[in-house]
Design a protein around this ligand. Sequence first.
Ligand code: HEM
Length: 505
Amino acid sequence: MFVSIILLWLCVWFIVLQLKSRRPKNFPPGPPALPVLGNLLNLSLENPLKDFERLRKKYGDVYSLFLGPKPMVILNGQSAIKEALVTKGIDFAGRPDDLFVNDVTQRRGVILADFGPSWRDHRRFALTTMRNFGLGKNSMADRIHGELQYTVDALEKNIGKSVSPGILFYNMASNIICQVLFGTRFEYEDEFIKVIVRCFRENAKITNGPWAMLYDSFPLIRNLPLPFVKAFENVKVTMAFGRALVSEHKNTKVPGDPRDLVDCYLDELDKRAGEDSILSEEELVSVSLDLHFAGTDTTSNTLLTGFLYLMAFPHIQERCQQEIDEVLGGKHPVTFEDRHNMPYMQAMIHEVQRIANTVPLSVFHSTTKDTELMGYSIPRGTLIIPNLGSALKEEGQWKFPDEFNPENFLNDKGRVCQTRGLPAFLCRSSDVSGRGSGSYGAFPHLGDSAEEVQVCLASGRRRARLDSGLRGHPVSQTLLHECPAQGDTVRRSYNPVSIILATSH
Ligand code: HEM
């Protein structure tokens, strides 16, 4: 009997040892991991960002955790992130391929495509085509101004009432990118935009929520009817819309005279007909939905944060308006070139991007080969999580790391002195189709809006609105403490109209 118990105990111990997650040799340090669970108990499922910061204090800028049995490395601070994503860009340019997001997107498109010919070809295509259609040029600014007029109209319809800017900004950003992708904008009540925006928002929430983390940690639950199933259904819906748009383009396009990115891709497909090409109609649908999502979610959340901070810090808003008045002197509309004479506006936009921390853990990377980082060895195929927030508020790197203050981007002469790695963090390998486009998009938006509208929090409801609308949003906590008391709003130069923006999503 005694021998049987010892044998049983040895068997259990052996099984536990086999299941235990082991760190490879010279791997970055980290907390001990449990069999099967890995480090799941070290992280909050709702919001692991604070845990990442806590673990950084204990284990340093580069540490490791286990997602179930899978090892992953968390990068913190500017030096570690820069060394990985910029200096050793190619070594860290892969994407993991066994996560929730990969299954949802069927491993197609550009954002989540692994480092290789398909990613390279599609990224090059997206970058060239978006530039041809105006990215970083005034023709893009024209599209933005055009769309902004619809937003201002929508705001005016709500004069004296509270509006939810979340959906409004989402629609606006979506329509701007739709014009480049599909050559058209959609009325805000159009079924396409309503459904697509709903699906994007729901999927962004699911992807960043607890169910996606459980899906990634426990492969056995992946086929169960749990809440993450909704994301798969949403992708089916958006793919169906995408296919319909592509097929409509096929019927109406004039070869050699492209109207938009979809036409360009179809022309390229015709050119490569008969070749063994990685381009295909299904890839086209995925790439255009990828770009639509990438350009919509990030831009609208950044704008939302920008407006919120401008409401909460009226002296910064006033200084922007003063610069706009001095430089533009009533000239309308603002152009992309005007930014060179508007350092404070530019600094404010960089600062909004810094403080918004819109994509706090970036898009997960993976190593493309065995490599080294800050003296540690990291094997090929390791999941890499860049904790961008840790760099965007790093002590010693910013004049005011925890404050919303455009001075962070201005030198003593009042010139924009640096963009401190902001673009570097938005890239995979050496450059990227999304790089810079975010700040470009934000410039005319914030410039135009600040010219016309002075925004304030709805007085008396501030605390309630912030609590309900921005729960979990990094700015809510800061604002609840820092927000100075204010009265209701005025539309600048168009008194006595008042627009009250409530900050619920
Ligand atoms: C404020 C606005 C934006 C922010 C904060 C932002 C942020 C990011 C981040 C953090 C990444 C991950 C980079 C990496 O893999 O290391 C990314 C990738 C990407 N973004 Fe953006 N982005 C913005 C706007 C846009 C826009 C307007 C577009 C295009 C319409 C875009 C298209 C992309 C694409 C295609 C990728 C994937 C690149 C690749 O995997 O090679 N982004 N973005």
